[in-house]
Design a protein around this ligand. Structure first.
Ligand SMILES: Cc1cc2nc3c(=O)[nH]c(=O)nc-3n(C[C@H](O)[C@H](O)[C@H](O)COP(=O)(O)O)c2cc1C
Length: 197
C-alpha cells in the first residue's frame, strides 16, 4: 500500500471486497437518515461541469413500489416487491437549467447543452450513471447493501415514477441489509491485463 491517506482494509472490504449484489435482504427497515447520508456523500462525486443530473425516486414497500412492479422483468419482480427499500436512479434531461447555479463562473454553460440535444442526452446519461455508481458505493459505505437491476421497461418505469417531468429512469436498486446466506460464490472479475491496453 502506498504511504498516502487511504481507507483502511475494513473500509475497502465494506465497499468493495466483501460487498456483493443482493437479491434477498434481512427483515430490517432502512433508516431514512442513512439514505440521506448516502445521497449527500454521492453528491460529492465528480460530474462534468458539475452538472449533477441524477434524480432519484425512493419507493417504500407497498403502494409506491407497486407502480413499478408491472414494468420489471419477471425475474426482478418478486424480489423487488419485498425489498426493504427500492430506488429508481434516473437523470434529468433538462439538467442544464441548473447550470447557472451549479457552474456560475461560466455564463454560457446552459447554452452548451440547451442548444445541443444529443450532447445533453449523452451528458445526462453519462453523469447520471456515474452518480448512480457513486450512490451504490455510498450506500455500502453507510452499511447498507444494494441489488441493482436494469431488467425493466424504461419507458414504463419512467412514466410510473417520473411522469410529467423531464426525468428519465436509468436503473433500479433494491436496498437493505443483505442476507448473505442467499449468496452464490462471486463470479470472476477481469484483471489488469484484460482491462488495460
Ligand atoms: C446496472 C446493473 C444492472 C443489473 N441488472 C440486473 C438485473 O436486471 N437482474 C439481476 O438479477 N441482476 C442484475 N444486476 C446484478 C449483476 O449481475 C451483479 O451486480 C454482478 O453479477 C456482480 O455481482 P456481485 O456484486 O455479487 O459480485 C445488475 C447489476 C448492475 C450494476
Amino acid at each position: 500500500m502506498l504511504d498516502t491517506n487511504t481507507l483502511d482494509t475494513s473500509a475497502l472490504d465494506l465497499i468493495f471486497n466483501d460487498a456483493r449484489t443482493f437479491s434477498a435482504f434481512e427483515d430490517r427497515e432502512v433508516p431514512q437518515e442513512l439514505l440521506r447520508e448516502a445521497v449527500a456523500l454521492a453528491s460529492m462525486g465528480p460530474t462534468s461541469m458539475n452538472c449533477q443530473p441524477m434524480r432519484l425516486a425512493f419507493l417504500a414497500r407497498g403502494e409506491e413500489r407497486a407502480r413499478i412492479l408491472p414494468h420489471l422483468a419477471e425475474g426482478n419482480r418478486a424480489k423487488t416487491e419485498v425489498a426493504p427499500m427500492t430506488v429508481v436512479v434516473g437523470h434529468d434531461r433538462a439538467f442544464y437549467d441548473h447550470l447557472p447555479k451549479l457552474f456560475p463562473h461560466f455564463d454560457g454553460a446552459r447554452a452548451v447543452f440547451a442548444d445541443a440535444p444529443a450532447l445533453a442526452e449523452e451528458t445526462a446519461f453519462r453523469n447520471g450513471s456515474l452518480q448512480g455508481a457513486y450512490l451504490m458505493i455510498a450506500l455500502r459505505a453507510v452499511g447498507l447493501d444494494c441489488g441493482p437491476m436494469s431488467g425493466f421497461d424504461r419507458a414504463g418505469v419512467t412514466e410510473a415514477v417520473f411522469g410529467g417531468t423531464s426525468f428519465e429512469a436509468n436503473f433500479v436498486v433494491n436496498i437493505g441489509y443483505g442476507d448473505r446466506s442467499t449468496l452464490f460464490p462471486r463470479q470472476p472479475r477481469l484483471g489488469w491485463s484484460d482491462i488495460t491496453v
